[in-house]
Design a protein around this ligand. Structure first.
Ligand SMILES: C[S@@+](CC[C@H](N)C(=O)[O-])C[C@H]1O[C@@H](n2cnc3c(N)ncnc32)[C@H](O)[C@@H]1O
Length: 275
C-alpha cells in the first residue's frame, strides 16, 4: 500500500519535472529538447488528499536550481567527462537534453520510478542508447555495487548529481550514499547535491521533527536537514573538496517556528571535486 510520505514524495517528484519543463533551458548539439515535455505527459502532481498541486509554488525554487545543474552537466560534457550519474533522477530529462556521443548517463531511482521512466522512454521516438536506467533504493542498497552492475567505470571521472534528493533520505542513508558514490569517484570527478540547511546552533533532529509535525502532520517525507558546517564536514569526511565553501549558492525554501523562533530553511547547492 502506498503511504502518505510516499504519495507526498511522488507529488514533489512530479512537481519538479513539471516545473522544469516550463523554463527555457540549454541543450547539447545532439540533445533532445522535446523529451522533457514528453517524459512528463499526463503527470498531475496530485497531493495525498487527491488535489492537484500548485506547480507555480515551486517555480521560485527551480528558477536557480535547474540552470545550476544544467550548467554543471553541460560543462562536464564539454570538458570531456564521459559519465554522468543522476542520483534520484526522477523524470529529469537531462540524459536526453544533454546527449553527447560517448557520454553515458546513469539515471538512478527507486524501482517503480525507473519502470515508469522506462515505459515513457520506450514511447518516445528518441535515441536512448546513452541512457542506463538503474533501479536502486539508497536506503537499502549499496550504490557502488549498483553502479558497477550498471556498467559504470570507476576508473574514469564521473559527474554525480543529486538534485533535491538527500532531503528525502534519512541521515544514515545519506552517509551510505556518499560512501558508495565516493568509492566510484575517480580523480577528476565532481559531486553536486542540493542540501537543506538550517541556521547554526539548532538541533538538526529537532528541526526535522518540527518540519514533519508542522508541515506534514507527522507523516512527511523530509528526513535530513543540517547546518552548513555539518554538510561541509560530511563532504570532507568522504574525500570531497567543496568549491566556494565560503560563499553559499542557495535559494530560500521555507520558514517555520522551531522552539519559539522563526527559522529559515535554505536549499544550498554544493559542488565538490575529488581531492
Ligand atoms: C524531489 S524528487 C527530485 C527528482 C529529480 N532529481 C528532479 O530534480 O526532478 C526526489 C527523487 O529521489 C528519489 N528517491 C527518494 N528516495 C529514494 C531512495 N531511497 N532511493 C532511490 N531514489 C530515491 C525519488 O523517487 C525522486 O525521484
Amino acid at each position: 500500500m502506498t503511504t502518505r510520505p510516499e504519495q507526498t514524495l511522488t507529488m514533489i517528484r512530479e512537481v519538479c519535472a513539471l516545473g522544469r519543463v516550463e523554463f527555457d533551458r540549454p541543450h547539447t548539439a545532439e540533445g533532445d529538447t522535446a523529451a522533457g515535455r514528453a517524459l512528463v505527459r499526463g503527470l498531475q502532481a496530485v497531493d495525498p488528499d487527491g488535489e492537484p498541486s500548485d506547480i507555480s509554488l515551486s517555480m521560485d525554487l527551480l528558477a536557480p536550481r535547474a540552470p545550476y545543474f544544467d550548467r554543471l552537466v553541460l560543462d562536464a560534457v564539454a570538458a570531456g567527462t564521459r559519465q554522468v550519474v543522476n542520483l534520484g533522477a526522477g523524470h529529469d530529462d537531462r540524459a536526453l537534453r544533454f546527449r553527447h556521443s560517448g557520454v553515458r548517463f546513469f539515471d538512478l531511482d527507486l524501482p517503480d520510478v525507473i519502470a515508469d521512466k522506462a515505459r515513457r522512454l520506450r514511447d518516445l521516438d528518441t535515441d536512448t542508447t546513452g541512457v542506463a536506467l538503474t533501479a536502486v533504493d539508497f536506503a537499502a542498497d549499496d550504490v557502488a555495487e549498483v553502479l558497477a552492475d550498471a556498467g559504470h567505470d570507476a576508473r574514469q571521472p564521473t559527474l554525480f548529481i543529486g538534485e533535491h534528493l538527500v532531503l528525502f533520505l534519512r541521515p544514515a542513508a545519506v552517509q551510505r550514499l556518499l560512501t558508495g558514490v565516493s568509492s566510484r569517484a575517480a580523480k577528476g570527478s565532481s559531486l553536486a547535491l542540493t542540501v537543506e540547511v538550517h541556521p547554526a546552533g539548532l538541533d538538526s533532529a529537532l528541526v526535522v521533527s518540527t518540519v514533519d509535525d508542522v508541515m506534514f502532520g507527522g507523516a512527511g517525507p523530509l528526513h535530513t536537514i543540517k547546518d552548513r558546517e555539518a554538510w561541509l564536514a560530511l563532504f570532507q569526511q568522504h574525500g570531497w573538496q567543496v568549491e566556494s565553501a565560503a560563499e553559499p549558492t542557495s535559494v530560500d525554501h521555507f520558514e517555520l517556528p522551531v522552539t519559539g523562533r522563526q527559522v529559515g530553511i535554505q536549499t544550498q547547492f554544493l559542488t565538490a571535486t575529488t581531492g
